[in-house]
Design a protein around this ligand. Structure first.
Ligand SMILES: *Cc1c(COP(=O)(O)O)cnc(C)c1O
Length: 387
């Protein structure tokens, strides 16, 4: 194949003149930190997903952390989550001093397997954190039923979910605390940022925790109607979102439906391109849900190829195609292996999937031509290295 000169980046952001104008507008005013634009962003986000309440934060990790705190999770408690996730999902459990309990995945969707969750529930289980991997919602009917039956909470890691749905309900509209990410590579971005949605009372608790533990709307203390007085009832964190970030979020939210449409078209293009390729397993989306298509994760079929996944990635790189791997499972990181004694055998499906997965370039910034080129590159590698 003819290798093109221009690199195909994995996930370039989708910012344009509208975002720049909105940030300029904020910079020209006197509110730089949490203020009116953040309040508006929270309202608009609530309206979009149909949440009862929302809190803008400086990351999804911050959201997951204070969600655990708001639910009173601490030493002696167990928190169940999936082996196939970003380290942040498990790290926050360590931050509050609780024990991480990992569960294996479904081999096709790579989502947490509810039947495996059930086996790991004990008297100490306080929270389940399902991760809507790649933007596909987990089986929340099963997970919520398990939680209700055992009197435990659910916190949804919705870092990939804008916009994901179960039936016609957006992720973020449930009664569970739900954490979204606006990190630079996510479907909508504020550079760094996150949003926590859920019931009013819990979001109010999280809000206090996110700003030093100071009482009621402490940021208003610099307004004319505000007061300099506040009380610290708990030593909180510094997790609030700035109005500069919220400016980006406001515009990205406006553009989201359009950006999502472009993602759908790219995924369809990939699916058509890989249809008859036995060496490549395409991602599976179950009926009844809408995936946000945050990632396009293929699995290379090791038995039908002379090269492994790592070499496949190198071959793509020499063809100027950027990729990533989502994720190195939690039980394969040294901290977790040392602390919990986990090996690959403990979570065989996640371990096996890890050896096959590659996330291909996916962003509304990519043209039809870019994606055709990636498909051509994958086919070229398969042709050369097939068994
Ligand atoms: C990106 C990501 C996070 C962390 O998001 P930040 O906003 O960077 O803190 C958490 N969980 C998953 C699954 C993610 O992909």
């Amino acid at each position: 194949m003819k290798i093109r000169e221009q690199f195909v980046p994995f996930s370039p952001p989708t910012l344009g003149p509208e975002e720049i104008a909105e940030v300029s507008d904020t910079l020209s005013k006197d509110w730089l930190s949490t203020g009116p634009k953040t309040k508006l962003f929270e309202e608009k986000f609530c309206g979009y997903v149909g949440a009862e309440s929302a809190l803008a934060l400086n990351s999804c990790t911050a959201g997951l952390h204070i969600a655990l705190m708001a639910l009173g999770v601490g030493p002696g408690d167990e928190v169940i989550t999936t082996a196939m996730t970003f380290c942040a999902t498990a790290n926050v459990v360590e931050h509050v001093g609780a024990k991480v309990v990992l569960v294996d995945i479904e081999p096709d969707t790579l989502l947490i397997d509810p039947r495996e969750i059930e086996k790991k529930i004990t008297k100490k289980t306080k929270v389940i954190i399902p991760v809507h991997y790649a933007g596909q919602p987990c089986d929340m009917a099963a997970i919520n039923a398990l939680a209700e039956c055992h009197g435990i909470h659910v916190i949804e890691d919705a870092a990939h979910c804008m916009p994901s749905k179960i039936g016609n309900q957006f992720i973020g509209s449930s009664k569970n605390l739900t954490a979204f990410s606006f990190y630079a590579t996510k479907n909508m971005t504020t550079g760094e940022g996150g949003m926590l949605t859920g019931p009013k009372d819990l979001i109010q608790k999280a809000k206090v925790l996110s700003l030093h533990g100071m009482s009621h709307d402490a940021w208003k203390r610099f307004e004319k109607s505000g007061s300099w007085k506040y009380d610290v009832g708990i030593p909180g964190y510094k997790y609030n979102m700035s109005d500069i970030q919220s400016s980006l979020g406001l515009v990205q939210l406006k553009k989201l439906s359009d950006l999502y449409g472009k993602r759908v078209r790219i995924v369809e293009q990939y699916n058509r391109g890989f249809k008859d390729l036995a060496q490549i397993t395409r991602p599976v989306v179950k009926p009844g849900v809408q995936s946000s298509h945050h990632l396009y994760v293929v699995q290379v079929n090791n038995e039908l190829l002379k090269i492994d996944r790592d070499q496949f990635i190198e071959e793509l790189k020499t063809r100027n195609v950027g990729t990533s791997v989502h994720y190195i499972p939690i039980h394969m990181h040294s901290y977790y292996q040392n602390k919990y004694g986990w090996t690959e055998k403990d979570f065989p499906r996640a371990s096996s999937a890890f050896k096959k997965i590659i996330s291909l370039p996916l962003s509304p910034r990519h043209s039809e031509e870019d994606i055709n080129y990636v498909i051509e590159a994958v086919k070229d590698i398969v042709q050369i290295f097939k068994r």
